[in-house]
Design a protein around this ligand. Structure first.
Ligand code: UD1
Length: 325
């Protein structure tokens, strides 16, 4: 039995593939390499280069492999890009998820794990946010993911199909064994960019907004180590395999750090003062987003890497690896 990992050549997907291989599972990766990196897909995982939205590619994969579960990471993730180019986001995130879900139903694949996002909450009315907090996204990225969640829920209602939608908070850090990490050169994530500035790959870090209604005026996020996020997927997969019902859960730790606090952590880890400039808020950015992790913890999730310094140190170590390559 084989697990299909879409987006397995990307940042989070490549960590998923490593974790599955570590458990001795068979893995097929589907990735169009638009942002993914071929070298991050380690043997014996098999890489199919193609698009998730392409029904013919999906058909071939399902015919040639004994796929038991689909783990769907492929998608577009940059909020301001989604504001500028919404139709691309509805194609890459919503239409592609529809194509994969339809192929799963057709080929009787009953287990599906979906990479959703905290962006579905928009500017939440309460903090921390629980799954019961109304999901009112404020940007096309969040909406394109929420549409997919609805599709999965409706499909699970109508067919013998079970899914877990995991709403990621701000994923950061790298594989503790140094085998993978955030490798996209033009990545927009704060911790990645701060590490690039610390190592001199980028000249300066711009703070997007210093006048938010937060403790120091900068945006607050619940940064979560990629390895803990992957553990949540393994838990979800095992749960669906043992007959567990479909569910939707936040994956974050329940604490937030401001942009200034992240900058201080990176400066400490790199022993280097960052060149920082103050800029305007980005389109579609909420002031604060912190998870209530009660549900995923009640299912057995036990995160191990929640310390901000640990997250930043692993991100910095990976950035050094990239520079040395
Ligand atoms: C967003 C999504 C998240 C998604 C991620 C993928 C929301 C609420 N969240 O996270 O679900 O997984 O994109 O990219 O839409 N910042 C700076 N300077 C920088 C970069 C970032 O000040 O150079 C600030 C941002 O304004 C924000 C925080 O740092 O306050 C984190 O930003 P970022 O790492 O880009 O992630 P989000 O936009 O929060």
């Amino acid at each position: 039995m084989t697990v299909l990992v879409t987006g397995g050549a990307g940042y989070i997907g490549s960590h998923m593939v490593l974790a599955l291989l570590d458990r001795g599972e068979d893995v097929v990766v589907l990735d169009n390499l638009s942002t993914g990196i071929r070298e991050l897909v380690r043997a014996p995982a098999k890489l199919v280069v193609g698009d998730v939205a392409d029904a013919a590619t999906l058909k071939t994969i399902f015919q040639q492999n004994d796929i038991e579960a689909a783990l769907h990471f492929a998608g577009s993730v940059v909020v301001p890009e989604s504001v500028a180019n919404p139709l691309e986001y509805y194609r890459n995130n919503s239409a592609a998820t529809r194509a994969l879900t339809a192929a799963c139903v057709e080929h009787r694949i009953q287990r599906f794990i979906f990479s959703s996002t905290a962006a579905v909450y928009g500017i939440p009315a309460e903090s921390p946010v629980a799954e019961t907090t109304p999901a009112i996204p404020i940007n096309p990225y969040g909406r394109s993911k929420l549409v997919s969640e609805w599709m999965l829920a409706d499909t699970a209602h109508a067919h013998n199909f079970h899914y877990a939608a995991l709403r990621y908070f701000n994923v950061a850090g790298a594989d503790p064994e140094g085998r993978s990490g955030q490798s996209t050169p033009r990545a927009t994530h704060l911790i990645k960019r701060a590490c690039q500035v610390a190592l001199g790959s980028e000249p300066q870090l711009e703070i997007f907004g210093t006048d938010f209604p937060t403790r120091d005026g900068t945006g607050i996020r619940d940064y979560i180590h990629v390895t803990d996020l992957i553990d949540a997927h393994l838990l979800a997969l095992d749960r669906l395999r043992s007959g567990g019902k479909s569910f939707c859960a936040n994956v974050g730790y329940g604490r937030g750090f401001s942009v200034l606090e992240v900058i201080a952590a990176v400066e400490g880890a790199a022993a280097h003062k960052l060149n920082v400039v103050h800029g305007k808020p980005r389109a579609g950015d909420p002031p604060a987003l912190v998870s209530d992790p009660g549900l995923i913890k009640s299912l057995g999730w036990q995160p191990k890497y929640g310390d901000l310094d640990t997250i930043v140190q692993s991100a910095l170590a990976w950035e050094r690896t990239l520079r040395a390559a």
